[in-house]
Design a protein around this ligand. Structure first.
Ligand code: PA5
Length: 441
């Protein structure tokens, strides 16, 4: 299903970069399979496409149907790993213009992923008088951004439909035993879905965290899980032929050869949020202990006209990973008898042919400019392919973290800003820290 082309790394990394890492990769793959490496308690995602909770999966499908029938809008409230996966998949499979399209599924808005007053007011306005449901998603159940947004929209819902009507429209995805949201959901009687203990936020898109909103958008979540399962089965066979091993080895070799940035490039506007999801996955997993490739993204060809100059000739610190999908449809470039724009050499050619040559030309130019290239080719933008790609990147990320000798499943750095914010906001328990921080400001 996935084709990986690493030929454009020649000259940038030693010829034997994969062989040189086979032992380390064997060890990394064993730790993932046996859940006994650093952060092993959070490697439940490795077998999730096979071992997911079937009963909960059926409840997700039923809840999605109910939301589709009951509401014109679904508000998905969450941040980081509790939102990016759903947004990525919905953009990819239903279009970034999903809300603007004619459809028989609800509009979906994402809230609680920032603290902008203007964005919040605009969202309240956009929802307007329409019937809406809420999916509040927070594994810890204590994250400030989604908690604030939930307080606001829960209140709106209760004013509109009363407590009972609101209860009918609120779905809570959180830890199965702990946290403020769990307590609230129990007390209010919301339908609950679990973020499994052994799956961290950024690896949770194939749990209820991602699956409920994705199913509400009308995506076939069985197909999505099927694609992920196919990846799981193929990638669990170790060795030099395994594309996840190849990509993880290449990333590590490039990092050791001095490349500090991995630029993920897509040619589809629908891929933009997938790249955001990917950035969180790799950034939070590898960026620690003073190590890690910085994950960045660009959307081509648009960004060739803004970032292209830097990529071609700026600081030589990056390599590029291009993800390419075969198009679903075909569009032929029309002929102009007067050829006023001089484009008739393209008349009758598919737009995809032009895009292909743009991609090939760009890869060659960037490689000549000192930017090594990894090309990932997928046959289509389909639920199966997206499921496959999600698992592929998750698995590569796990292997890569272990090659780098970091714990790819924790995120201690995320806590620093949270503690400072709580202290500055005057949260009880942070009094001493508040004084200390204010003296520094
Ligand atoms: O990957 C992670 O762990 C984070 O990005 C979290 O998903 C994010 O901070 C949101 O946390 P929570 O789901 O606990 O609200």
């Amino acid at each position: 299903m996935l084709k990986l082309d690493l030929s454009k790394l020649k000259g940038f990394v030693p010829e034997d970069y994969l062989n040189a890492r086979e032992n380390a990769l064997t060890k990394a793959a064993d730790m993932l399979a046996n859940h006994n490496g650093p952060g092993g308690d959070f490697t439940g995602w490795v077998t999730l496409p096979r071992d997911y909770d079937q009963e909960e999966f059926a409840r997700i499908q039923a809840a999605a149907k109910k939301i589709q029938q009951q509401s014109q809008v679904l508000l998905v409230i969450g941040i980081g790993g509790s939102y990016l996966g759903a947004r990525a998949v919905i953009d990819m499979l239903c279009s970034p213009n999903y809300n603007l399209k004619k459809k028989n599924t609800p509009d979906i808005y994402f809230a609680g992923n920032g603290l902008s007053t203007d964005a919040l007011l605009e969202l309240i306005d956009l929802v307007g008088d329409r019937d809406f449901s809420i999916n509040i998603i927070s594994k810890s159940g204590t994250t400030t951004e989604p908690a604030v947004a939930f307080r606001i929209f829960k209140d709106l819902l209760e004013k509109k439909y009363g407590k009972e009507g609101a209860r009918e429209r609120i779905y809570a995805t959180t830890d199965k035993a702990r946290g403020a949201l769990k307590g609230l959901a129990d007390a209010e009687g919301y339908e609950e879905f679990a973020v499994p203990d052994e799956v961290g936020g950024r690896y949770s898109v194939l749990t209820a965290v991602g699956l409920l909103p994705i199913a509400v958008a009308g995506v076939d979540i069985c197909e999505l899980m099927g694609g992920a399962r196919q990846a799981m089965e193929q990638l669990s066979v170790g060795g030099a032929e395994n594309p996840a091993w190849q990509y993880a080895a290449a990333r590590h070799a490039l990092y050791q050869a001095g490349k500090k940035v991995e630029l993920l490039a897509g040619y589809e506007p629908a891929f933009r949020f997938f790249a955001e999801w990917w950035k969180q996955l790799f950034g939070e997993s590898e960026g620690k202990d003073g190590k890690g490739l910085f994950p960045a993204s660009v959307e081509f060809t648009a960004d060739l006209h803004s970032m292209g100059q830097y990529i071609q000739q700026g600081e030589r610190l990056m390599f590029e990973t291009v993800v390419k999908f075969a198009p679903k449809g075909e569009f032929l470039i029309p002929n102009d008898p007067d050829n006023v724009d001089g484009l008739n050499f393209l008349s009758g050619k598919p737009l995809a042919f032009v895009a292909e040559q743009a991609m090939r030309g760009t890869i060659l130019a960037h490689v000549d400019g000192g930017v090594p290239n990894v090309l990932v080719e997928m046959p289509a933008i389909s639920a199966q392919c997206v499921g496959y790609l999600i698992y592929f990147f998750e698995y590569v990320c796990g292997l890569s973290g272990y090659l780098l000798e970091v714990n790819p499943f924790d995120q201690p750095g995320v806590e620093a800003y949270k503690k400072n914010m709580f202290a500055l906001l005057g949260k009880p328990g942070y009094e001493d820290m508040k004084a200390e921080l204010e003296a520094k400001l």
